[in-house]
Design a protein around this ligand. Structure first.
Ligand code: GLU
Length: 476
């Protein structure tokens, strides 16, 4: 954890913001307006559990309403506090602006250890929290749209959606009040793995950036690159799995709550995940070296380090010892402002959180649009597309027959080409496009301006510029 003398998470975000605005030319006062959190609502509510009333503390912070609804997850963790929720809400503003999801930034949290409660209790608590927020329009399809975050998932989102709809029985757009829902409750294909998928797409785009690769002192492709992941939750698991299975990267280290495991030959990500589900941690996973203090693995030799757990894990206490030339922040705020400076000086390249983990909110945006349009993506065009492709296939088939042994269609071309895009293919395509374009926008600032050393500052500049443009358009 971060040494005591380091700024808080929110202060850390503000420091990074300040570095960027110092290089911008904003009208006086606008910088302060954009930086501050507009409002944070604290709720304390009681739920009768196990024969007594238990009081819970929750937050919903709205950072910026330059666009509405505001968007951001709800986190369940005992460590949730106002400072953290406000830092995360600010990051949501910049994240949404960077990937052009038309939302302001918000975040919520409940101080709770979800593992201490059974499913029925969690449902009661979640519904009560949702009630408290919804009655103040802090859950609302056009005002404030939560999503999953640490400690929550599609189950909680389904309860929240249902609670909102019970309170607003005539709202035809009720399902759009929250994203990350299960498919049968108005969710979208590909949302669960979206953040991990986004991390993969972000890395692929980085590897297409020759100058960026040079700055990191890296060559080649993702194939064979040694990766260490901290946190095998939803984001870390999917990112690691896709990189290993589809890009040939080697996951040599995995850090979890109960320590870390290491294997120079590469770990079987799915196997580790199943082991964690069964045994509650990575301890005892066969054919790997176990270290009790997992954090030391962050300092191990590797090509790509993926912190996908908590904020502040790379701080002044360990930054100097980090050896990875490339860090991709799958978690929010894993590198403190102080550590960021140390790493920058060492030449380490950091793909910043507001971009790296924006895949989640991007697909949330698609889900919200799906809910408002009341139709699944691809439903109208899929078969029509297939019929048109059939025409091409028929023509090629004639050619194939005519040319005999001289030429024929490649074995799986027909099947692949014929298949029209369903919802999942469209979601992936939209996510890939979003991640590429957002990377390119920060890349251009990073490479073209001599006064900008790092991707994070470039990312802040691109997003603050967009937020500022919204304010200007409003006449502020
Ligand atoms: N909690 C996720 C994040 O931090 C997703 C937010 C959303 O989908 O609105 O980006």
């Amino acid at each position: 954890m971060s040494p005591r003398n380091e700024p808080s998470f929110r202060e850390s975000v503000d420091l990074m913001f300040n570095r960027a605005v110092a290089l911008m030319d904003l009208p006086p006062g606008l910088e302060e307006k954009i930086r501050v959190c507009n409002a944070t609502y604290t709720v304390r509510f009681g739920v009768r559990l196990r024969g007594q009333i238990q009081t819970f503390v929750g937050y919903r912070s709205v950072h910026s309403e330059h666009m509405e609804p505001v968007k951001g997850g709800i986190r369940y963790a005992p460590s949730v506090n106002q400072d953290e929720v406000e830092a995360l809400a600010a990051l949501m503003t910049y994240k949404c602006a960077l990937v052009e999801a038309p939302f302001g930034g918000s975040k919520g949290g409940l101080c709770i250890d979800p593992r201490q409660y059974d499913e029925h209790e969690l449902e009661q608590i979640t519904r009560r929290f949702a009630y408290e927020l919804a009655k103040r329009d802090l859950i609302h399809p056009s005002q404030n749209v939560p999503a999953p975050d640490m400690g929550t998932g599609e189950r909680e989102m389904a309860w929240i959606a249902d609670q909102y709809m019970r309170m607003n029985t005539t709202d035809i757009n009720g399902r759009a009040c929250v994203t990350g829902k299960p498919i049968n409750a108005g969710g979208i294909q590909g949302r669960t793995e979206a953040t991990g998928r986004g991390v993969q797409y972000a890395l692929r785009e980085f590897f297409r950036d020759t100058r960026g690769m040079e700055k990191a002192g890296m060559t080649g492709s993702l194939d064979g690159k040694r990766v260490i992941v901290q946190g095998l939750g939803n984001v870390g698991f999917h990112a690691a799995k896709f990189l290993a299975e589809e890009d040939g990267s080697k996951i040599i280290g995995i850090i979890e709550r109960d320590g870390g495991i290491y294997s120079a030959d590469g770990l079987d990500v799915e196997g580790v995940r199943n082991w964690i589900v069964k045994h509650g941690g990575v301890t005892g996973f066969p054919d790997a070296t176990h270290v009790e203090d997992g954090a030391v693995l962050l300092e191990e030799e590797c090509d790509i380090l993926i912190p996908a757990a908590l904020e502040g894990v790379i701080n002044l206490g360990n930054a100097e010892r980090i050896k990875a030339p490339l860090i991709i922040e799958a978690a929010n705020g894993p590198v403190t402002a102080g550590a960021d400076e140390v790493l920058r000086k060492k030449g380490c390249i950091i793909i910043p959180d507001m971009y790296a983990n924006a895949g989640g909110v991007t697909v949330s945006y698609f889900e919200w649009v799906k809910n408002l349009s009341h139709i699944r993506f691809g439903r109208m065009q899929r078969r029509q597309e297939e019929a048109r492709h059939q025409l091409v296939i028929d023509e090629l088939q004639r050619l194939d027959d005519y040319l005999g042994d001289k030429w024929s269609m490649s074995p799986d071309f027909k099947d692949k080409y014929l298949r029209g895009a369903g919802e999942l293919e469209l979601v992936r395509s939209g996510l890939d496009d979003t991640m590429r374009i957002a990377y390119q926008s920060m890349r251009d600032v990073w490479h073209d301006r001599a006064d900008i050393e790092d991707l994070r500052t470039a990312a802040y500049i691109v997003s603050i510029e967009k937020v500022a443009a919204s304010y200007r358009a409003k006449g502020l």
